[in-house]
Design a protein around this ligand. Structure first.
Ligand code: PLP
Length: 361
């Protein structure tokens, strides 16, 4: 049977992209070597890098006053990168806490400032939810506001677009939702995302930064996290993760062929409706996130009888449905259904879930 990988990351890549990468692996563009063996400063790789950036810009409609940086260090690297680049002479920043990763960003930020933590967690109709943005109490002296629009572990999404006025610099961790739906980039100062979820290969981190925010890095900021240094060096201050950059470029081309982010948005909606619908239509499965805050990318769910968890995981794996085990801090199951997961994968999962319920319910 075909394998569908529901891992939260590193995650599934489009099959077409993997096949192309495989064809090109040992002999890229007739050079007789792989793309990961050539100099990042040579004209061949520069072409790969520039094309990837252009396609990424096209996909997200990134305005020209924003720089795109291709970095190392992952989401956690940016938990440090954001304060080190944006604090300037301020000593505090607003951090909205709606889940595990937002909280992890706070733990890193305390090394550099005294964050004002805004607890946005709430309960709506007995289910986990996030307070609306209008109820977020911002402080007067914050250098920026940080939040995470998609909590990969909690399965919680904040779908509102920030609208706090031009004086509030918004920094957002889009690690698990970048390119899954359109974003109005102009609402943000900084957007960052590790590539290993909704794009593909681990090792690459994308940062989108408004250009007027450059030049403010703390003097202790490591150069490889300094947006200005990275920008001045076209993201090649140190050797970039060339293979991940190349592979991400192939994913961007694939996304364009699929119809871009608008098409992904539609398919992601269908996938999410199918999976949440299956959960909601049964007493055997449950998801405890309020409808308005349900993530379309990461869907945690529980079996009413947790004694069946082990069997569910064994049988689903045997059916080609991999990596459905929930995160260790949440338990139960989690299906991550990023862009590369086709509707057919979610169909196979929901068919399996119904069949499992029929046999064990
Ligand atoms: N932010 C979010 C939303 C994540 O899901 C993750 C990883 O799962 C991270 C940050 C941490 O990313 P990394 O492992 O690239 O440091």
């Amino acid at each position: 049977a075909q394998v569908f990988n529901f891992s939260s990351g590193p995650a599934m890549l489009p099959a077409d992209v993997l096949q192309l990468a495989q064809q090109e692996l040992c002999d890229w563009q007739g050079l007789g070597t792989s793309v990961m063996e050539i100099s990042h400063r040579g004209k061949e790789f520069i072409q790969v890098a520039e094309t990837a950036e252009k396609d990424f810009r096209d996909l997200l409609n990134i305005p020209s006053n924003y720089k795109v940086l291709f970095c190392h260090g992952g989401g956690r690297g940016q938990f440090a990168g954001v304060p080190l680049n944006l604090l300037g002479d301020k000593t505090t920043a607003d951090y909205v806490d709606a889940g595990y990763w937002a909280e992890s960003a706070v733990k890193e930020a305390v090394k550099y400032c005294s964050p004002n933590v805004i607890d946005a967690k709430t309960i709506v109709d007995g289910k986990r939810a996030v307070k609306p943005m209008r109820d977020w109490q911002l402080s007067d002296n914050a250098a920026y506001l940080h939040y995470c629009p998609n909590e990969t572990i909690d399965g919680i999404a904040i779908n509102e677009m920030p609208n706090f006025g031009k004086d509030v610099v918004v920094a957002a961790d889009f690690s698990s939702s970048i390119l899954s739906s359109p974003i109005d980039i102009s609402r943000f100062g900084v957007i960052y995302a590790g590539a290993q979820k909704n794009i593909g290969p681990a090792g690459l981190t994308l940062v989108i930064v408004r250009e007027d925010l450059l030049g403010k890095a703390h003097k202790m900021c490591p150069s490889i996290l300094d947006y200005t240094v990275l920008n001045d060096n076209d993201s090649m201050f140190n050797t970039p993760p060339t293979f991940a950059w190349y592979l991400s470029g192939l994913v961007f081309k694939w996304l364009k062929e699929q119809g871009g982010v608008a098409a992904m948005d539609r398919i992601n909606q269908q996938k999410a409706e199918l999976l949440y619908g299956t959960i909601d239509n049964s007493d055997f499965y449950r998801n405890d996130v309020a409808t308005a805050n349900r993530s379309r990318m990461n869907v945690p769910f529980q079996l009413a009888d947790s004694a069946l968890d082990k069997l569910f995981l064994e049988e689903s794996f045997a059916a080609g449905l991999h990596a459905l085990k929930g995160h260790r801090v949440v338990g139960g199951m989690r299906a991550s259904i990023y862009n590369a997961m086709p509707l057919a994968g979610v169909q196979a999962l929901t068919d399996f879930m119904k069949e499992f319920e029929r046999r064990h319910g």
